[in-house]
Ligand binder design. Structure first.
Ligand code: IMP
Ligand code: MG
Length: 182
């Protein structure tokens, strides 16, 4: 598995540092006890677990899965929800946690969904990685780990064809791995 990685972008130590900083920031901005942390499956499962265990404020947690199939550039298009949250978001301060902000479609539409259909009091977005080069939706993350170049990355929850999620770090996948199967 490790032989398929051309460069490590975030080591375990980097991840420890970034998640501590983000959790501190979320805790400081959510002192009023109305916090709902939402994990976007599957990519953010490790990041989410690291963040929530470091929060110093009470929160509820829930899980959601959305398909990128709903991500057309047509702004009226709704996101395709494969698994919705099971507790109410009504009147809550929702923090949506995802692995990577690429075109921005997923987080843009999820923010809209929580505000318009779930009646959240506020929605902020948190992402481990940000690929600004590919942004086509107007969204700026409220909390973010770091910016990365326009490369395909895997590990720490992020996959290529469902594999590599269990790597404990984030690395660039060698092009030959995905170019050979295209
Ligand atoms: P967006 O909706 O275009 O911002 O895409 C976000 C989703 O695309 C992420 O949640 C990932 O599932 C996937 N994605 C984008 N870039 C990468 C990458 O480099 N590696 C793995 N998954 C990625
Ligand atoms: Mg994903």
């Amino acid at each position: 598995m490790i032989n398929d990685i051309s460069k490590i972008l975030l080591s375990c130590d980097d991840i420890e540092r970034l998640t501590s900083r983000i959790a501190k920031d979320i805790s400081q901005k959510n002192q009023d006890g109305n916090l709902l942390m939402v994990c976007i499956l599957k990519g953010s499962f490790m990041f989410f677990a690291d963040i929530v265990r470091k929060l110093s404020v009470p929160c509820e947690v829930d899980f959601m899965q959305a398909s990128s199939y709903g991500c057309s550039t047509v702004s009226s298009g709704k996101i395709n929800i494969l698994k919705d949250i099971s507790i109410s978001a009504d009147g809550k301060d929702v923090v949506v946690v995802d692995d990577i902000l690429d075109t921005g479609c997923t987080l843009y539409k999820l923010r809209e969904y929580f505000l318009e259909e779930k009646n959240a009091k506020s929605v902020t977005v948190c992402t481990l990685l940000d690929k600004p080069a590919r942004r086509s939706f107007d969204i700026i993350p409220n909390y973010k780990g770091c910016e990365i170049p326009d490369e395909f990355v895997v590990g720490y929850g992020l996959d290529y064809d469902e594999y590599y999620r269990n790597l404990p770090f984030v690395g660039i996948l060698k092009r030959e791995i995905y170019e050979k199967s295209e």
